[in-house]
Design a protein around this ligand. Structure first.
Ligand code: NDP
Length: 449
């Protein structure tokens, strides 16, 4: 077994504590808990949204009849579900490979290489949605609500597939790594959970781009569209409630923006720093479809109507937050792409030049932006990320907690992520990062935290 590389130590969730008990909890017990409990949780949410006695409420989980319902409705992988997943995978793979797009070179990895990505996400998004709606409403090959009709089985198939695929990734990383950016800690639980390789590839295909972007994010967009279509199928006159319209519209605009800014995603933590194991891979394949779609899942059978001014206000807040989140992400990327020769909010950017060394001993320099959105707080862009998720959850009303699970989960995830990123950047940049923290002292919320 090789020692974890310094890069692994930096990105490790366990970083920051030398206490062996804390280390054990963070590297073994915590990951084991997540590996064992999040897969059933992903499916239980669907049962809660779809069946009695839950009717969208979590409280029957405290009663025996709730658990009897879970046992009775537990979905298993099925051939139709596997066929849907396989066709989607094949289409997305073909679009990624065959649609034209510029090649984008990602940031330098800890071992000094540069992964390459094909930028054809917007085209792929357009073709995917045209195919989905064309084949359902145009050619009547299937109902547009097909994803809802098989959703339990689809989730179950995805959960199982992703658990096995992560095992494959572990062995691939161990015996046939695609690049130098790989390492083992020797703790199987941690290595399965966190992943071994940073940029695994199969037959030349970058798995992070295929799975995170083209399967997970694209799938999320198709899933919520299918849920809205299902509500129309179920309602007299094909009516879609304005709560569903607002929630799905904000989600789809957010995802369209994701593909608009796909190159930026290749400079985010998921891609640059997080290895490809259960945490990311299982997360994007199974947890995203199950949990990130919860508000729309909840609304399919509960088509509540909002007062139109409320619906319009939520839409404006949601789209405004999507824009601010994008503007912050793009600002950081633009400053680095131009080596600081640009304006930030109409002024020359305030910059900190931060040097760091990769594993091959080479010295590099990065720019840290200390003005604009990045001068408000070090991770201010998480505020609009949480706001937009709240805006697409609020249309579900206040009867139950389930439609808000994602926003609560996201808030915890992003607050944890901000701390994790700060620790990693501190180790990478040292005094330059301390200088940034001195100039921009709040972590997420300006003036507060
Ligand atoms: P960030 O966009 O926060 O990028 C973090 C990296 O940016 C750091 O590791 C560092 O990388 C660099 N950086 C940090 N500070 C500065 C600065 N002041 N100037 C320039 N570069 C800096 O990564 P995330 O992956 O957290 O977020 C990307 C997007 O994804 C965001 O929009 C976020 O809201 C969203 N997101 C959504 C989630 C969801 O589940 N919905 C989950 C997580 C993120 P380097 O090593 O290059 O210096």
């Amino acid at each position: 077994m090789s020692e974890p590389s310094s890069a692994e130590k930096l990105t490790s969730w366990a970083a920051g504590s030398k206490n062996p008990v804390v280390q054990f909890v963070r590297t073994t017990l915590g990951p084991l808990f997540l590996i064992l409990f999040t897969p059933p949780a992903a499916i239980i949410f669907w049962i809660v949204c779809s069946f009695e006695p839950f009717n969208g409420s979590l409280s029957p989980l405290l009663r025996a009849d709730g658990w009897r319902s879970i046992a009775a409705h537990w979905p298993w992988p099925s051939l139709p579900a596997a066929a849907i997943v396989l066709v989607f995978l094949a289409v997305e793979l073909a679009l990624l490979q065959w649609l034209p797009g510029k090649i984008f070179e990602g940031p330098i990895t800890p071992t000094g290489s540069r992964p390459r990505y094909k930028l054809n996400g917007i085209l792929a998004w357009l073709v995917t949605h045209a195919l989905f709606f064309g084949c359902s409403f145009g050619l009547h090959l299937f109902n547009a609500g097909i994803v809802w009709d098989h959703f339990g089985e689809i989730l179950s198939t995805l959960v199982l597939f992703a658990l096995i695929f992560c095992l494959f990734l572990y062995f691939k990383g161990r015996y046939r790594p695609s690049s130098e950016d790989h390492s083992l800690s020797g703790n199987f639980i941690w290595d399965y959970y966190w992943g071994v390789e940073l940029h695994p590839a199969l037959f030349g295909i970058n798995l992070k781009q295929l799975i995170n972007c083209r399967i997970s994010m694209m799938g999320w967009s198709v899933i919520v569209c299918s849920f809205a279509a299902k509500q129309a199928e179920l309602n007299p006159g094909g009516h879609v409630s304005n709560s569903m319209l607002v929630s799905v519209a904000i989600t789809v605009i957010y995802l369209f923006r994701f593909f608009w800014w796909e190159s930026g995603y290749f400079t985010s933590l998921d891609i640059m720093h997080d290895r490809f194991g259960f945490y990311i891979c299982w997360g994007v394949v199974a947890w995203v479809p199950a949990v990130y779609t919860l508000t729309a899942q909840y609304l399919v059978l509960r088509p509540n109507e909002l007062a139109w001014p409320v619906a319009a206000a939520l839409f404006v807040v949601g789209v405004g937050a999507v824009y601010i989140n994008y503007a912050a992400d793009a600002q950081r990327q633009r400053v680095r792409a131009t080596n600081g020769n640009t304006k930030v909010w109409g002024r020359p950017p305030e910059l900190i030049r931060a040097s760091y060394t990769t594993a091959d001993g080479a010295q590099h320099e990065s720019l840290l932006l200390a003005s604009g959105w990045w001068g408000l707080a070090r991770h201010f862009h998480y505020v609009p990320e949480i706001t937009l998720a709240l805006a697409w959850s609020l249309p579900a009303g206040f009867s139950h907690l389930v439609p808000y699970f994602y926003v609560v989960y996201l808030t915890i995830l992003l607050f944890d992520r901000a701390g994790r990123d700060d620790r990693r950047c501190h180790k990478k940049y040292g005094v330059a990062w301390e200088e940034y923290c001195r100039r921009v002292c709040r972590k997420i919320i300006p003036g507060v935290y």
